[in-house]
Design a protein around this ligand. Structure first.
Ligand code: HEM
Length: 735
């Protein structure tokens, strides 16, 4: 198969690649690398030695790849392997040419799809399957459509479920299953391509993520609560995270199926979980394993390594490994409506514009999901189906999902009562538009100001306007979620999570509680109808303090993520996972971001003293051998908070920068007015600005609450009657 290779080698040795020019020779070299990658990756003789099924233990994970992501991984892995081959044989210089070859193939493929090509040779069919596969949505049903015209009526008036066509110049920007953005540009990998860094700049081994977590992030069961911010702020942060970020984990393909067919439909059902729990799993199971070393004297885990699967490689070109967001990147309530046609269809009732619910216990819950293989509790206490797969990650998320579903259905009823002739589809899309507008207002008006300082809100233009439209939409702005936000900065919220979720009854009196670590991916707490279902949990989050946002994390977060009840040590440490995830995504070390945001350069630990306490510098020194090694997540969590903020300058910058991108890069942003786009008019914007609050949303959709905090995220604030809060007037939106 590779008989022409030596000739190619000579060709490249003689003609060092200068201009980007695709020749027959270069195309053959690239094609050969792709074919060899296919053969080596999907060779039955290279099957992993143990995978999840053979390990005999169910592995629960929150970041499950869907069919489209699996297709992206398939393409990404072939490109990764082919890149390695090309670089080994010709050096890095070949990569730009190789990418030109891909571009040429894409054009050819489009011509073939248009029916312009007469004959397609067999080899070309195979190599193009690698790239085409990504564009054909998996499953028995089409889950993701790829519109050819973003200026058609639908995409002018309606925000697509995937985010496709939000940007007309570059329709794939920010859509579901598309690449994460990089704030610093480029990734930081040991080999420049995709290998995680394991060595300090001193040459020594980097400290294990669990060691860092033990030394720097253990709260030793001494919970320090926030002086003013409630636990609701934590859960709304998680709801935002699940709206905009979903980095899927790598899967393992059934090699035989791939070789047999290369058919996307099969790929969708192919792709099982990897068992990355053994320390040698990167060698024996898959290069997509990144287990975390645990010391012999660890206080909780009695295993040599903690499992971790790398985020799946969705690279679309020859070159560096890159990651994707599986949900649409926009702030568009993916949690409620999903990020693909299939997800959306699974939550819609298709009657009167409404969403499905489960009401079998006398109160509302999201619809039950009897096919959730990740759910740890047994039928009939099953997990739920919502727009985002992680809805049942822990029980306190379900109240938030339920409130948004109930509000959607309430508004749909109101619309229906006033416009009897509107179809299910018309009502659904109108209410979806309004609810997304309400959600965006709550995030920018109420959530962000609680932890970003006023100065940053102003500098990044994050404050809602009064009686004016926002004219700052920029088609050149990439709205995609940055790797730094997703894998580090916005995970700050993990430090706000309490060990326990206390319940309060309607009168504000204690009504029992449950522990976070006991309930990860268990849904049974939401079925306790005798004590009022989920409402007492919600009351507790509104009225009680969350944890202070600092470097310390509660026991459940640091020890019991995905733990099986009664089996201590069967889960993982989320803080270690966050640190390792940063290395997996190739985030640069903390000090490089620090310099990027305008802080002084660092060459020794003491240089950190402008933004770190002495105690924290000493703590860092005790685990890292050089400041250049400090992981971004740890650096952010140890910085001193800025005045009026819950985070230090690097964390604040990375979060504010992201929310600016989500505002100025979203053609449908609730305050924006863009030509040829069905935005809200000024009256509608003002209706949202003046009459929408999270407090009212909660009041309206709970039975047991009559009074609520004046400042919804401040548990000390005065309580007012729900009836005194302004209410959105649906008539404003009925044009
Ligand atoms: C009890 C509360 C929470 C639990 C149990 C939890 C759990 C998790 C887990 C298991 C992951 C996956 C980690 C990985 O594999 O890389 C994750 C990711 C993440 N979490 Fe949380 N989380 C919680 C609260 C929060 C909060 C409050 C925020 C933000 C304010 C947040 C932001 C994120 C982000 C941005 C990610 C990355 C998502 C992705 O990679 O797709 N989480 N969380």
């Amino acid at each position: 198969m590779v008989s022409f290779l030596p000739i190619c080698l000579i060709f490249f040795a003689v003609h060092r690649i200068s201009a980007i020019e695709v020749t027959e020779e270069s195309e053959r070299i690239v094609e050969d690398a792709v074919m060899r990658a296919l053969e080596s990756l999907y060779n039955p003789d290279n099957l992993p030695q143990n995978n999840a099924s053979s390990a005999g233990e169910r592995i629960v994970m929150s970041q499950q790849a869907n069919a489209d992501s699996k297709s992206a991984q398939f393409t990404g892995e072939v490109l990764e392997e082919a890149t390695r081959t090309l670089v080994q044989e010709f050096g890095m210089d070949i990569l730009p040419v190789a990418n030109e070859v891909i571009n040429k193939w894409k054009v050819e493929e489009e011509q073939e799809n248009d029916g312009n090509a007469t004959e397609v040779p067999e080899t070309r069919k195979k190599r193009q399957a690698v790239f085409r596969i990504k564009r054909q949505s998996g499953g028995s049903k089409k889950c993701t459509t790829h519109p050819s015209n973003c200026n058609d009526r639908f995409h002018t008036t309606t925000r697509s479920i995937t985010g496709h066509c939000n940007n007309r110049e570059n329709p794939e920007l920010g859509k579901s299953v598309s690449p994460l953005r990089r704030v610093l540009g480029g990734a930081f990998y040991a080999d420049g391509l995709g290998q995680m860094r394991t060595r300090s700049v001193t040459g020594a081994e980097l400290p294990s993520a669990r060691l860092i977590s033990n030394v720097l992030h253990d709260d030793r069961n001494n919970q320090v609560f926030s002086a003013n911010i409630n636990h609701l702020h934590m859960i709304i942060g998680q709801f935002i995270a699940h709206d905009v970020v979903f980095i899927p984990s790598s899967v393992v393909f059934n090699t035989k199926l791939i070789l047999l067919s290369l058919i996307p439909l099969l790929l969708a059902r192919n792709g099982g979980q990897l068992d990355c729990s053994a320390c040698n799993s990167p060698q024996r199971v898959s290069g997509n394993c990144a287990p975390i070393r645990v010391s012999l004297n660890d206080r909780y885990f009695k295993i040599p390594c903690m499992r971790l699967t790398r985020a799946l490689n969705g690279q679309e070109n020859f070159g560096v490994r890159s990651q994707i967001g599986q949900n649409s990147h926009f702030l568009d309530l993916s949690t409620v409506y999903g990020s693909s046609e299939c997800e959306m269809d699974s939550v819609r009732s298709f009657r009167d514009g409404k969403l499905k619910t489960f009401t079998g216990l006398g109160y509302t819950l999201p619809p039950q999901n009897f096919n959730d293989t990740n759910c740890q509790s047994k039928a009939p206490w099953v997990c739920f189906t919502c727009g985002d797969f992680r809805n049942s990650l822990h029980p306190a998320l379900i109240p938030i999902h339920t409130i948004f579903i109930k509000e959607h259905n309430r508004l749909a009823d109101l619309v229906r009562s006033r416009r009897r002739r509107m179809s299910d589809e018309e009502i659904f899309q109108l209410v979806r538009k309004i609810l997304i507008g309400m959600w965006q207002h709550i995030v920018y008006n109420e959530y962000l100001p609680k932890y970003l300082p006023q100065r940053s809100l102003r500098n990044f233009d994050l404050q809602p306007l009064r009686n004016r439209v926002h004219l700052g939409y920029k088609p050149k702005q990439d709205p995609s979620i940055s790797a730094e936000f997703a894998a580090a900065a916005f995970r700050f919220g993990h430090s706000q999570a309490r060990f326990d979720f206390p319940r309060l009854n309607a009168a504000g009196r204690p009504a029992g509680n449950y522990d976070l670590g006991h309930d990860i991916f268990y849904a049974d707490q939401n079925y306790l109808s005798g004590i009022g279902g989920w409402e007492p949990v919600m009351n507790g989050m509104v009225r009680l303090a969350g944890m202070k946002s600092d470097r310390y994390f509660s026991f459940g977060i640091r020890n019991q993520m995905f733990e099986i009840r009664g089996r201590n040590g069967s889960g993982v440490d989320l803080v270690s996972v966050n640190i390792q995830r940063g290395r997996d995504l190739g985030l640069h070390p903390y000090v490089m971001y620090r310099q990027f945001v305008g802080l002084s350069p660092v060459s020794k630990f003491n240089d950190l003293n402008t933004t770190f306490s002495k105690e924290n510098i000493n703590a860092l020194r005790s685990v890292y051998s050089d400041p250049m090694d400090i992981d971004l997540y740890t650096g952010i969590m140890l910085e001193e908070n800025m005045a009026g903020a819950q985070l230090g300058p690097t964390g604040v910058f990375l979060i504010a920068e992201q929310f600016k991108a989500l505002k100025t890069g979203d053609r449908f942003f609730y305050e924006s007015s863009v030509a040829n786009t069905d935005n809200f008019n000024l009256d509608e914007m003002n209706e949202i600005r003046q009459n929408v609050t999270l407090a009212k949303l909660i009041c309206t959709n709970m039975d047991s609450i009559n009074r609520i905090n004046t400042d919804i995220f401040d548990f000390r604030s005065n309580q007012v009657a729900c009836s005194t809060l302004p209410e959105i007037n649906i008539n404003t939106f009925l044009r």
